[in-house]
Design a protein around this ligand. Structure first.
Ligand SMILES: [Zn+2]
Length: 241
């Protein structure tokens, strides 16, 4: 076995234990895949994608950005997982590392600017732009409408990538696409840290990790049926008095 493969397997062992201890069963398929590959000669290119995923999982666990349990989402639906990107991005070191990983998915020579829809896309958009050596701009909502303000400008023919923290319905992505196109700019790519779209959008999305959480209506929720206490993450707000 090559040194690369040995190094990779050591890395996997550590991360695998992390995942097992946290019982993140979403990654079962990933673990099965790795189990299959373990004893064969590794296809390093495929495994490289897995390394990226595992590195991300490791970061998400370390920063407690990915929680498992019984959660009420802002939509009112229940889920067995909750993901809060701000918890990962609050550490500049990890934000930078994540931006670098996202930048690797794109070709800097084919990009003029990076656009991150506010709020979620601002920090990670900036870090990705930094790694690509391009300018970083953001769209934001004004009275519910996505806009490009603050003197940001897209030149006709500019190749722009859209970077988000999480993509679920891709609503803000779609709105940002319209803005870029209204300036005569071209969409050079779409990327996010976590892709939760379940490949339900027509967009080609590059992501560091794909997560398909189990989502239920309160009436159908199996965790409710088991009487498990529910958490409402992200709802605790500290107010200055
Ligand atoms: Zn429930």
């Amino acid at each position: 076995m090559s040194t690369k493969s040995k190094k990779f397997l050591n890395f996997l062992k550590t991360t695998e234990n992390l995942i097992k201890n946290k019982k993140l069963h979403t990654f079962k398929s990933l673990l099965n895949f790795i189990e299959d590959k373990k004893n064969s000669d590794t296809d390093y290119k495929i495994l490289n994608t897995q390394i990226r995923t595992m590195t991300m999982i490791d970061l998400l666990i370390r920063t407690e950005s990915l929680l498992k349990g019984h959660f009420e989402l802002s939509s009112g639906l229940h889920s067995n997982q909750y993901f809060q990107c701000a918890k990962l991005l609050q550490y500049p070191e990890y934000a930078e590392k994540t931006g670098k990983q996202l930048a690797e998915l794109f070709d800097a020579n084919k990009i003029d600017a990076v656009l991150g829809p506010a709020l979620g896309g601002i920090i990670i958009g900036y870090e990705t732009a930094k790694a690509l050596g391009k300018k970083s701009i953001f769209t934001e909502r004004k009275d519910g409408i996505m806009t490009l303000k603050r003197g940001f400008h897209i030149n006709k023919g500019d190749r722009v990538i859209i970077i988000e923290d999480v993509i679920t319905t891709a609503k803000s992505t779609m709105e940002s696409i319209k803005i870029i196109e209204s300036f005569g700019g071209n969409i050079a790519g779409i990327g996010c840290i976590v892709d939760r779209s379940k490949r339900q959008t027509a967009l080609k999305i590059e992501s560091l990790i794909q997560i398909d959480p189990e989502i239920y209506t309160p009436e159908e929720c199996p965790m409710c049926k088991l009487g498990q206490s529910i958490e409402k993450p992200g709802s605790r707000t500290q107010v200055a008095e």
